[in-house]
Ligand binder design. Structure first.
Ligand SMILES: [Zn+2]
Length: 110
């Protein structure tokens, strides 16, 4: 079952990549692409989700217009990729440090 879920998730991811133009939103490279939320949605949390939850999460972000395709480099520059950098960035921008309340709205995944 787990294996099939993974296959399914990979297919979903491929579709999303295709919909998002199959290249980095920022620099246009086609290598090392990752799905990235413009407005971080608590990445650390959704890493713990199963593949199916994760994909539903990404589709939701896609429909909200919050999903972009970014290469690892641009993703890193943006700072959302590491929680620490993200929070440092938030603080610098004047937000309270722990406002990411892991709001993955509407998802019922344990
Ligand atoms: Zn890039």
């Amino acid at each position: 079952m787990a294996r099939r879920d993974k296959e399914w998730a990979r297919k979903q991811r491929n579709i999303l990549h295709w919909l998002l133009g199959s290249k980095c939103y920022d620099c246009g490279t086609v290598e090392k692409l990752t799905l990235d939320c413009d407005e971080p949605q608590g990445d650390a949390h959704h890493r713990k989700m199963g593949w199916d939850c994760r994909m539903r999460f990404y589709w939701r972000q896609y429909y909200r217009g919050n999903l972009k395709l970014r290469c690892l480099t641009c993703n890193g520059i943006k700072g959302g990729s590491t929680d620490k950098a993200y929070h440092a960035g938030r603080r610098a921008a004047g937000y309270a440090s722990h406002t990411h309340t892991h709001t993955i709205r509407g998802l019922q995944c344990s």
